[in-house]
Structures are given as structure tokens and as C-alpha cells.
Design a protein around this ligand. Structure first.
Ligand code: NAD
Length: 341
């Protein structure tokens, strides 16, 4: 079994640890956190040794794979460091929070002999696979357009308790980079290559509390269709994210993992979709274990991992383009993001 290590022992790390153990994907040899008591608690619960720094853990344990579960701003520097140490990296979202980080990451990945995989676990949901297959089959007809809609609740307490969320330097973005980047990724997964975006953002309900946005809306031009995207954390509840794809022969709606087909003759169909119980919060979905397992399998079999940098690059570029568009009040072409790469 490959040796796994996890850096960042907060909320999401538990899902990584449980996935590794339940599916016997990797043997956990170490946990690292700048709050040593967190690393110790994880080591006691899941096995392995506790460390107070990434560097110390990698040097002592020499793991095969590092899972990065730290705040956003640390993803790239930690990935660059681990790849440089000859360790495979499995990274939580978002992959980057700036164009500069994107350049650093791309350079490190190009030079590395080891692999990197990104955690967009919702692509593994049965509902997503069902829709992907339906679109590919042509049965739904031509895609006319789509919308993505994320309305969640993130209040003052959520941000003030965190220490890193809500700051441009450490979180980079909230409604999009943190909460709704999965939905943006799924839109791309279904619709193909995004070409340009025209976006706006705002802080409606947390002025003076966060520097980042609580609301973002974007018009996205894909090669063949347009999509509207809206995300806000100023809502009163965590409603399942919605993606709706209007096709010639039916409209496909996905809310959370529930799929509904609406036909032109007013018929409504609810296809059966198997939903696995999530290991963590319900809105994190149940895809982590499959996503992690596939990454390890790709290392063993030397096959390409679909969620490598190339596989998620459109999402990364579109996310940066949405922010750039909102900051500059102008249309931004996704290929202009780090164009010199
Ligand atoms: N894929 C998903 O659905 C999903 C869900 C939740 C969180 N996430 C992502 O996971 C990451 C972590 O989120 P979280 O909710 O677990 O955050 P968290 O704040 O609960 O945990 C982060 C941990 O990192 C530790 N840390 C900070 N700086 C460190 C350093 N220099 N070295 C070692 N440890 C350090 C903190 O002490 C903390 O224990 C974020 O990037 C978030 O976007 C992804």
C-alpha cells in the first residue's frame, strides 16, 4: 500500500483520512498542522505520527502521496515544495487563488517527476455521470444553454471563527473560489471550453467583516452556447446547488444529486440515481473517496489522472477570468489568463 500524509487537520481532512482507510487506498503515516494538538488528535484517531510542519513530516516520513487540506493560499506553495521533494500531491480546491500562483504551479508541474491531482469530487457523483452520458449520447438533442445557481449561507460567525476565510490574501475569494467553484467546474464538465466571461461581484451582507465577495454573477460564453452563473453566500440556508441545461429535446435539471427531466410536452421524469452517503457535510457530496482512489490507481497503473492540471485548467482559468472581469468591469477571455504559459 502507498504511504499517505495529510497536511492541514481541519474540517475536510477527516474526509480524506476516512476515504483512505475505508477503501484501503493508502496507509496514513503522518498528519501535520501548525496547531499541533489538531495533528495529534488526527493521529490518535486514524494512526500515523503527528507533526507541526509539512517540512518536518515529509523529511521524517517520506510519504508517496501528500494530501493538501490547508487554507487556499498555502495550496500552491505546499504543492511546489512537495513535488520538489519527490512526493505525489493530491490537492483540495481551489487549485490557485491568483494568476501568479497559476504560473508557479504550472512551472512546478512541468518540471516535476511526480503527479498532481485536484479534488473536484462532484464529477464522480452518479447524477453527474448520468448527465454527462446523456449529453454525449445526443439523446437530449443540441444543448441550447445552461445556468448554474448556488445559494448558501455563510454568516459573520463562519468568517470570524476561521482566521483565514474572508481575507483576499489567504482565502482569495469566497462565494466563487471557496463555495461555488465545484458548480463552475461542473458547468465546464458538461458544456466544454469556456471562451469568455462578463462578471460582477459584490459584498452585500458582510461589509466590514470580509474583504472578499459574498455574491458573484457571470455570463459565460462557451464555444457553442452561453451559460448564466450566480452564486451567493448571503442566503439563509444551504440549498442544493442547481445546474440546468436546456436542450432541444428536454431540459435537464440537477439539484444536489437529484436529476429531473422536463420534456416539451410537459412530462416530467425523475431518473433513478444512486446516492452514496457522504463522509462529511452533505453539501460536500460523496465523491471524495472515488476521486482519491482514482488518483492512487493512476499512479499505480501509470495511466493519466483525468483531474490533473490539464484536466481542470479550464475551471482554473474561468475562475480567474470571472474575478478579473468583476474587478475590471470588462469581458475577459479565458485564454488571456496567464497567456504566456
Ligand atoms: N472539496 C470540498 O468539497 C471541500 C470541502 C471543504 C473544504 N475544502 C477545502 O479544504 C481546504 C481546507 O478547508 P477546511 O474547511 O478543512 O479548513 P480548516 O480551517 O478547518 O482547516 C485548515 C487546517 O490547516 C491548518 N493549517 C493552516 N496553516 C498551516 C500550515 N502552514 N501548515 C500546516 N497546517 C496549517 C489549520 O491549523 C487548520 O487545522 C480549503 O482549501 C477548502 O476550500 C474542500
Amino acid at each position: 500500500m502507498m504511504k499517505s500524509a495529510i497536511v492541514g487537520c481541519g474540517g475536510i481532512a477527516v474526509v480524506h483520512a476516512q476515504s483512505l482507510i475505508q477503501r484501503q487506498i493508502g496507509e496514513i503515516v503522518g498528519f501535520a498542522d501548525i496547531k499541533p494538538e489538531r495533528a495529534q488528535a488526527y493521529a490518535q484517531r486514524f494512526g500515523g505520527r503527528a507533526y507541526s510542519s509539512l517540512e518536518e513530516m515529509l523529511s521524517a516520513e517520506k510519504p508517496d502521496v501528500l494530501h493538501i487540506c490547508t487554507p487556499h493560499y498555502l495550496h500552491v506553495p505546499m504543492a511546489v515544495y512537495a513535488l520538489g521533494q519527490g512526493v505525489h500531491v493530491f490537492m483540495e480546491k481551489p487549485p490557485v487563488i491568483s494568476t501568479q500562483q497559476y504560473r508557479q504551479l504550472a512551472e512546478a508541474v512541468q518540471q516535476a517527476e511526480k503527479r498532481i491531482g485536484f479534488c473536484f469530487q462532484n464529477r464522480y457523483n452518479k447524477s453527474v455521470q448520468l448527465i454527462k452520458g446523456l449529453l454525449a449520447s445526443g439523446e437530449a438533442g443540441k444543448v441550447l444553454g445552461a445556468r448554474g445557481f448556488v445559494t448558501w449561507c455563510r454568516n459573520e460567525k463562519y468568517y470570524t471563527e476561521s482566521g483565514w476565510r474572508g481575507s483576499l490574501t489567504t482565502e482569495g475569494g469566497s462565494a466563487l473560489a471557496n463555495q461555488s467553484v465545484h458548480t463552475l467546474d461542473l458547468l465546464n464538465y458538461f458544456l466544454g471550453k469556456p471562451v469568455w466571461t462578463d462578471a460582477r461581484m459584490a459584498n452585500h451582507h458582510l461589509q466590514g467583516v470580509i474583504e472578499t465577495e459574498d455574491t458573484v454573477e457571470a455570463y459565460i460564453r462557451y464555444e457553442n452556447v452561453n451559460a448564466s452563473f450566480y452564486a451567493t453566500t448571503a442566503y439563509c440556508a444551504d440549498v442544493p446547488p442547481l445546474i440546468e441545461i436546456a436542450c432541444e429535446n428536454r431540459t435537464i435539471r440537477m439539484e444536489g444529486e437529484r436529476v429531473t427531466y422536463f420534456y416539451p410536452d410537459a412530462r416530467v421524469e425523475l431518473p433513478e440515481v444512486e446516492v452514496t452517503a457522504p463522509l462529511g457535510k452533505s453539501y460536500w457530496g460523496s465523491g471524495h473517496a472515488g476521486c482519491i482512489e482514482d488518483f492512487y490507481e493512476s499512479i499505480k497503473t501509470q495511466k493519466r489522472y483525468e483531474q490533473d492540471l490539464e484536466g481542470i485548467e479550464d475551471t482554473l482559468k474561468l475562475m480567474l477570468a470571472v474575478y478579473e472581469s468583476a474587478r475590471t468591469d470588462s469581458r475577459i477571455y479565458t485564454d488571456s489568463i496567464a497567456a504566456a504559459l
